[in-house]
Design a protein around this ligand. Sequence first.
Ligand code: ATP
Ligand code: MG
Length: 369
Amino acid sequence: MVTAMARVLLESLTKRFGDVVAVDSVDLEVQDQELLVLVGPSGCGKSTMLRLIAGLEDVTSGRVTIGDRSVNSVPAKDRNIAMVFQNYALYPHMDVYRNMAFGLRMRKVPRDEIERRVRRTAEVLGIEDLFARRPAQLSGGQRQRVALGRAIVRDPEVFLLDEPLSNLDARLRVTMRSELVKLHRHLDATMIYVTHDQVEAMTMGDRLVVMRDGRIQQVDTPRAVYESPANRFVGEFIGSPPMNILDGRIAKSGNALFFVSGRLRLSIPNNLCAPCEHRVDQSVQFGIRPEDLQIRTSDETDPDCVGVSCEVAVAQLLGSDSLVELDHEGTLVMARLDGRRSYRIGEVIEVGFSMDRAHWFDAQSGRRL
Ligand SMILES: Nc1ncnc2c1ncn2[C@@H]1O[C@H](COP(=O)(O)OP(=O)(O)OP(=O)(O)O)[C@@H](O)[C@H]1O
Ligand SMILES: [Mg+2]
């Protein structure tokens, strides 16, 4: 196997389709052997970005570099990249073995080399017993593995996976997700994995790239993206149920700062005032995740946990916890609370807001303060 560094570098990469800017001056470095996940809502440019890297689409401007080679003018077949698509169309009339061997045959790889590679790959994927079957005789997960196998036998430097699990049912998706992560370790290849599923993104990637409207919003580890979203969009997109966002303003009374939204007034502990200090009387957005709200007991001593009395509007039991919609005089927030307790609609509970977990965003730009 060639051991060239399979770094992928995108510089000011732009793709226009008429008036639509599908990818808008993207700068990104994917490290050698990294599993990078591209996530964002439908239409944000994920597939287009993969197709530009693969060479299936010409760039409008900017540059794609793979390893040390600028590949803008290198045709797709010479880029040493394998792409697995959402609709991974296997050849229906060929059995599994021939499906996997097909690409190598087209490249005139010697027959015994093909056999060696197909067998080794099939072992890794646990499909060596399926060689004689046709795609119609396989389950969804098995088909998916054959499609991956077809990419792996080519021994590419870079794998581009475009929502490869979206055709599978929820349970199988979870299994295949962890299999893919293991496979990535085993292959030591660079992988770029596209999904619009934020759970998949959080659980799989070494790093996440969050996109919106053709632009990168944030690139970081899943934990960093979750804990310090760069803007309101990322805060709401990553996490389920989404972060609560309240529009309001900062008020000052004596030396103390408050966040005021409708009839909700939250005191901001002194040690946590920094993002709001220069925003007195200005509009801001306050974000808090459902798990950062909890039932506040009378012996609560954490000074960063600020109590607010709320009425239960709706409660959904999930099992280990309950999603409870809470109403403080017309201001609604979603909380993830203890599932062992039951919640009556209309019941009044004292809710603790963990202000040390609060996110503050600029009201106009949405940027994190
Ligand atoms: N061949 C094309 N011609 C014209 N517009 C296109 C073409 N391909 C993509 N687009 C547009 O470019 C934008 C980005 O599309 P793209 O397929 O990259 O999105 P995506 O993030 O992969 O979305 P999804 O999650 O739905 O697959 C969309 O507005 C889309 O309509
Ligand atoms: Mg797509």
